[in-house]
Design a protein around this ligand. Structure first.
Ligand code: FAD
Ligand code: NAD
Length: 472
C-alpha cells in the first residue's frame, strides 16, 4: 500500500512526488511517456516538448540572428556565417536528455518509486496501470495526485498532418521552412514564430481575435505588436482559418480576414491555439468528481470532491504554466502530510521568452480599471537606462502600478532586457506587501537593467531621477 500515487511526471507531478517522499510518505509516480528510443521518460511536456526545448531553440536562434544582423555595429565582423540546423537540434535534444535523465536521478535519490505505463483510477484507493507490454497491475494507495497535464488543441479546419504540425512538430523541423504559417498569436505562436523567423522563415501569424495578447497590459501589447511586426512576424489579427489542404510539400490555407477570403500557401503550418487538459482517460469508473470543460474541479488546495484524490498542474484551472503546477504539487504533498501550505494565485508570474522579453505579475491597467481600483502609474523606458544602451537592448519599459492611497504595488509589467528577472524581483517584493516607495528606497547596483524597476517605482510617486515626471 502506497501513501501517495502520482499519475504523471511533468513539473506538477514529479515535484509533488519528490516532496511527498521527502515528507516520509511512501510514494509512486506513474508515467506513460516514452522517448524516441521507446525508453520511459520523465519530465512531462515541460522538459520533453515544452519549456526547455523551446528555450534552447530560442537561445540558439537568437545567437545566430545576432551574429548575422547585429554584431556589425559592435565592431565584430563575421563573414560566411552558416546555419547548421542539425547541430542546433542536437544541442536541444542533448539538453532535454540531460534534464529528463536528471529526474530519474532525483526520483532515485528521493526514494520515489516509478512505474512505466498508463495510470487509470479504479476507485479512491485503487489505480490500474496498463504497462507497455499490455499487461495490467493494480496498485493500492491512501492518496492519489492526478498530474496528467495537457495536449495541443486540434481544430477541424487544420487537422494535424505531414505539413500541419503542433508545437511538438515545430520543435523538430529538419529544414528551415521558407514560408511558415502559424495559427494563433499566443505564447507558443510568438515564441516558435520568433525561432523560425530568426532562422530565415518568412512567418505569417493568423490570429482569430482582434486583440493582440489581451492578457497583457495594454501598453505592453501595443509595443509588442509593433516590435514583432518590425522583426518580420507578419501578424494578421481577426484572421479566421476556414480550411486547409496538405499538399506534398506545402499547405494551402484559406482564411477570412475582415470579410475577405484569402488563400495562401505555406511550406509548413503550426497550429498553436491553446492546450486541452488530459482528463478524459484518467477515470476508469464514474467517481463523484466534476469535470468542467475538461478541467478536473478542485478547491483552492487542489483537492477534488473526494478527499484523498487531488489534481494539480495543467489538468486543473488556472494558467498552464510549469511553475504554477510545481507549486501546486508541493502544496498538495504538504497537505497530505497534514501541513498547511497554500499557493498565492494572485502572484503567478508570466513570461514570453521573445526578444525583447515580456513579463508581468499582478494586475494590469485594464483589470484595475474594470475592478474600479484607483491606482498610480510609474513607467521608465529602457532607452533612458545606461546598461540597456550598453548592451544594445534599449527597447521597452518597466511599468509599476501601485494603489493610489496606500502605494502598495498591484502589478509590474516589463518589455525589454531581463524582463523575467525584473518581474521576479517585483514579485518577491509584492509577496512582502511592498509599496512603490519601498522599492524607491532600495539601493540598486549601477549599471544594471534592474535600475529601470527602481526608476519606475520612483516615477509612481513622481520622483524619477532620469526622466521627466508628470506632475509635482
Ligand atoms: P505535463 O507537463 O503535461 O505532464 C503530464 C505528464 O503526465 C506527461 O508526461 C504525460 O505523459 C503524463 N500522463 C498523462 N496521462 C497519464 C496517465 N493516464 N498515466 C500516466 N501518465 C500520464 N510553461 C512555463 O511555465 N514556461 C515556459 O517557458 C513554457 N514553455 C512552453 C513551451 C511549449 C512549446 C509548450 C507546449 C508548453 C510550455 N509551457 C511553459 C507550459 C508547460 O509545459 C506546462 O504548463 C507544464 O508542463 C504542465 O505541467 P504538468 O505537470 O501539469 O503537465
Ligand atoms: P494561448 O492560449 O497562449 O494562445 C492561443 C492563441 O490562439 C490565442 O491568441 C487565441 O485567440 C488563438 N486562437 C484560438 N483559436 C484560434 C483559431 N481557430 N484561429 C486562430 N487563432 C486562434 O495558447 P498556446 O500559445 O497554444 O499555448 C498553450 C499554453 O502553453 C498556454 O496556456 C501557455 O501558458 C503555455 N505556454 C507558456 C509559455 C511560457 O510560459 N513562456 C510558452 C509556451 C506555452
Amino acid at each position: 500500500m502506497f501513501d501517495v500515487v502520482v499519475i504523471g511526471s511533468g513539473p506538477a507531478g514529479y515535484v509533488a512526488a519528490i516532496r511527498a517522499s521527502q515528507l516520509g510518505l511512501k510514494t509512486l509516480c506513474i508515467e506513460e511517456a516514452l522517448d524516441k528510443k521507446g525508453k520511459p521518460t520523465f519530465g512531462g511536456t515541460c522538459l520533453n516538448v515544452g519549456c526547455i526545448p523551446s528555450k534552447a531553440l530560442l537561445d540558439s536562434s537568437h545567437r545566430y540572428h545576432e551574429a548575422k544582423k547585429n554584431l556589425g555595429s559592435h565592431g565584430v565582423k563575421i563573414e560566411g556565417i552558416k546555419l547548421d540546423l542539425q547541430s542546433m537540434m542536437k544541442r536541444k535534444n542533448d539538453i532535454v536528455s540531460k534534464l529528463t535523465g536528471g529526474i530519474d536521478g532525483l526520483f532515485a535519490s528521493n526514494k520515489v518509486e516509478t512505474i512505466s505505463g498508463k495510470g487509470m483510477i479504479v476507485s479512491s484507493n485503487k489505480i490500474r496501470v496498463e504497462k507497455i507490454d499490455g499487461s495490467y497491475e493494480e496498485i493500492d494507495t491512501k492518496n492519489i495526485i492526478i498530474a496528467t497535464g495537457s495536449t495541443p488543441i486540434e481544430i477541424p479546419s487544420a487537422s494535424f498532418s505531414k505539413n500541419i504540425v503542433n508545437s511538438t512538430g515545430a520543435l523538430s523541423f529538419e529544414t528551415v521552412p521558407k514560408t511558415l504559417g502559424i495559427v494563433g498569436a499566443g505564447i507558443i505562436g510568438l515564441e516558435l514564430g520568433s525561432v523560425w523567423s530568426r532562422l530565415g522563415s518568412d512567418v505569417t501569424v493568423l490570429e482569430a481575435m482582434n486583440d493582440f495578447l489581451p492578457m497583457t497590459d495594454p501598453d505592453i501589447s501595443k509595443d509588442a505588436f509593433k516590435e514583432f511586426n518590425n522583426q518580420g512576424l507578419n501578424i494578421q489579427l481577426g484572421a479566421k482559418v476556414t480550411g486547409t489542404k496538405d499538399l506534398k510539400n506545402s499547405v494551402k490555407v484559406k482564411y477570412d480576414l475582415k470579410d475577405k477570403e484569402v488563400e495562401v500557401d505555406f511550406e509548413k503550418l503550426i497550429v498553436a491555439v491553446g492546450r486541452k487538459p488530459n482528463s478524459s482517460e484518467v477515470f476508469l469508473n464514474d467517481l463523484d468528481i466534476k469535470i468542467n470543460n475538461g478541467f478536473i474541479e478542485v478547491n483552492e488546495f487542489c483537492q477534488t470532491s473526494i478527499d484523498n484524490i487531488w489534481a494539480v498542474g495543467d489538468v486543473v484551472r488556472g494558467p498552464m504554466l510549469a511553475h504554477k503546477g510545481s507549486e501546486e504539487g508541493i502544496m498538495v504533498a504538504e497537505r497530505i502530510a497534514n501541513k498547511f501550505m497554500q499557493v498565492n494565485y494572485d502572484l503567478v508570474p508570466s513570461v514570453i521568452y521573445s526578444h525583447p522579453e515580456i513579463a508581468w505579475v499582478g494586475k494590469n491597467e485594464n483589470e484595475l480599471k474594470s475592478e474600479g481600483v484607483n491606482y498610480k502609474v510609474g513607467k521608465f523606458p529602457f532607452a533612458a537606462s545606461g546598461r540597456a544602451l550598453a548592451v544594445d537592448q534599449s527597447v521597452g519599459f518597466v511599468k509599476v502600478l501601485s494603489e493610489e492611497r496606500t502605494d502598495t504595488i498591484l502589478g509590474v509589467h516589463v518589455i525589454g532586457p531581463a524582463a523575467a528577472e525584473i518581474v521576479q524581483q517585483a514579485l518577491i517584493s509584492m509577496e512582502f506587501g511592498s509599496s512603490a516607495e519601498d522599492i524607491a528606497l532600495t539601493m540598486f547596483s549601477h549599471p544594471t537593467v534592474s535600475e529601470a524597476f527602481h526608476e519606475a517605482a520612483l516615477a509612481a510617486n513622481n520622483q524619477a531621477i532620469h526622466i521627466g515626471n508628470k506632475r509635482r
